[in-house]
Design a protein around this ligand. Sequence first.
Ligand code: SF4
Length: 308
Amino acid sequence: MENYKYIFGPVPSRRLGRSLGVDLVPLKTCSFDCIFCQLGRTPEPTMQRMEYVPTESVIQELEQWLETSNQADFITLSGSGEPTLHSKFGEIMQFVKDHSEIPTAILTNGSLLSIPEIREQAQLANMLKVSLSAWDQASLEKINRPHSEVSFNDIIKGLRQFSTEYKGSLMIEVFLIQGINDHQEGVSKIAEYINELDVEKVQFNTIIRPPAEKGLQAVPAEKLQELSQDFNPDVEIVTDYKANPDKRITSSVNSVLALLKRRPCTIEELIEVSGRSSIEVEDSIRELLQRNAIKMFRQDGKEYYLAQ
Ligand code: SF4
């Protein structure tokens, strides 16, 4: 994983196992500014669709990766912001579909699904994971702080339409934060919306990594369990990532850096994904710290590393 600009990982994903990330937008190019975002604040939420990074270069990198590494559980459009803002994300999905057996996924906030062209491109993915953590416009504005053109009603309308058209696996992620959206009334309303869709699985996530806003607290596992009762699809409660040790992928100092450019990680998580010994990972971290390429910070008693 040397010298790639638009693809990164495979990274340990709590949702997809080992996922090769494809990053189609510059850092925090997003229609939302979620309070729980692990990438920090969105300087200015946008709804502008354009070719943020050259499609041809992304395809060249994927071509090279498929010829050399080619080991991942998923190839996923995710990373630095909202991937469906890239005007040609469908072309990239189509390339992977035509050249690989590895399933594809898109992680999206769903804000553009009311646009027919976006739904058409999104249908190329084997799995679409949509975030839905609000139940009305007010809660959307509090939790996701969207661009002014985004309305809760349009998100629901887009989701309903997509759900009737899509042949792949539709998953919904509900991100719950203590004292913000973890009350039964709100979560039951989210369940009502989801229950009328053709959804394969719901995932409950809560704060595990440091979020954009300080002081946000995780919802305890028992409470998440209680809140899952109203949902018809199976609810998976995700509390931590576990890698399959047989499928570890060798990493390098540069790929550790590429990962830390996109999300904060502990040393334990880096060991899981790289398959290297703790000594080797610690050596990489030491080297990157000496080069001032990364910084360390503490949160909830854990030490996280992040590129700077
Ligand atoms: S969590 Fe996702 S949708 Fe929300 S601000 Fe971050 S990148 Fe955008």
